[in-house]
Design a protein around this ligand. Structure first.
Ligand code: ADP
Ligand code: MG
Length: 245
């Protein structure tokens, strides 16, 4: 079962102008827990992830990481970003840096590691995600699946307490989806705390401790995958599942 709370959202509300995109969100993710977030497009899944990493501010409510409120700015904010790794749909690698440089850069700039130490660690992580042989190439020379695995290695290089994945396989060709999901499954088995927005229901069934279903800015269901997939309690979730399964 889940350990102590690592990520906590309490009564969080977020507006874009008049648009109310996160409505009274309450969500606790325990240490080592994997929470998969699903729901229709526009339901607020990305905004939720971005709020946890403070890429978006919220108008009300509290977000805690390891019991501490999120810092607003400055060095503390940079540290927060290092402690909550984020992987996006688009791989967001630096195009003019090699794979190795991509993974090492933040370690030197934010974590203050020596370049040799950072590179050594980067090579270990590239090995772990299965792209060690690509270290000296540029992102454009890699497949989408390889680039996404580099993006995961780059986030891990910062030594995060948690990882957020926002549709990490949505931009990939079908044959590359599994190699990325397999890296994520391994991370989950190693005990990483993860929030994963995905449409990959096989991943949700096999790797999630909980499935959170969002619709119209609200968390409509928050249950075990078994319960969610066999017996969703809301009409919204039943309707959503009937469209994607
Ligand atoms: P999801 O990831 O579930 O598709 P999002 O969190 O991206 O949903 O978006 C939730 C709602 O907020 C949508 O209606 C979207 O159009 C709106 N939205 C997202 N980002 C912005 C923004 N920067 N400015 C204005 N509206 C936004
Ligand atoms: Mg989204």
């Amino acid at each position: 079962m889940a350990g102590d709370p690592l990520i906590e959202l309490r009564d969080v509300n977020k507006y874009f102008g008049e648009l109310h995109v996160l409505k009274d969100i309450n969500l606790t993710v325990g240490k080592g827990e994997v929470v998969v977030v699903i729901g229709p497009s526009g339901s607020g899944k990305s905004t939720l992830c971005r709020a946890v990493n403070r890429l978006e501010t919220v108008q009300s409510g509290t977000i805690l990481l390891d019991g501490q409120p999120l810092p607003a700015e400055g060095k503390a904010l940079a540290r927060l970003r290092a402690e909550v790794g984020m992987v996006f749909q688009s791989f967001n690698l630096f195009a003019h840096k090699t794979v190795l440089q991509n993974v090492s850069l933040g370690q030197v700039k934010v974590r203050g590691r020596k370049k040799e130490e950072a590179d050594r660690r980067s090579r270990e992580l590239l090995e772990r995600v299965g792209v060690a042989d690509q270290a000296d190439k540029y992102p454009a020379q890699l497949s989408g699946g390889q680039q996404q695995r580099v993006a995961i290695a780059r986030a891990l290089a910062m030594g995060p307490k948690a990882m957020l994945f926002d549709e990490p396989t949505s931009a990939l060709d079908p044959e590359m989806i599994n190699e990325v999901l397999e890296v994520m499954r391994q991370l989950a088995r190693d005990g990483m705390t993860m929030i994963v927005v995905t449409h990959e229901m096989g991943f949700a069934r096999s790797a999630a401790n909980r499935v959170v279903f969002m619709a119209d800015g609200r968390i409509v269901e928050d249950r075990s995958p078994e319960e969610f997939f066999t017996n969703p309690s809301s009409e919204r979730a039943r309707d959503f599942l009937s469209k994607i399964l």
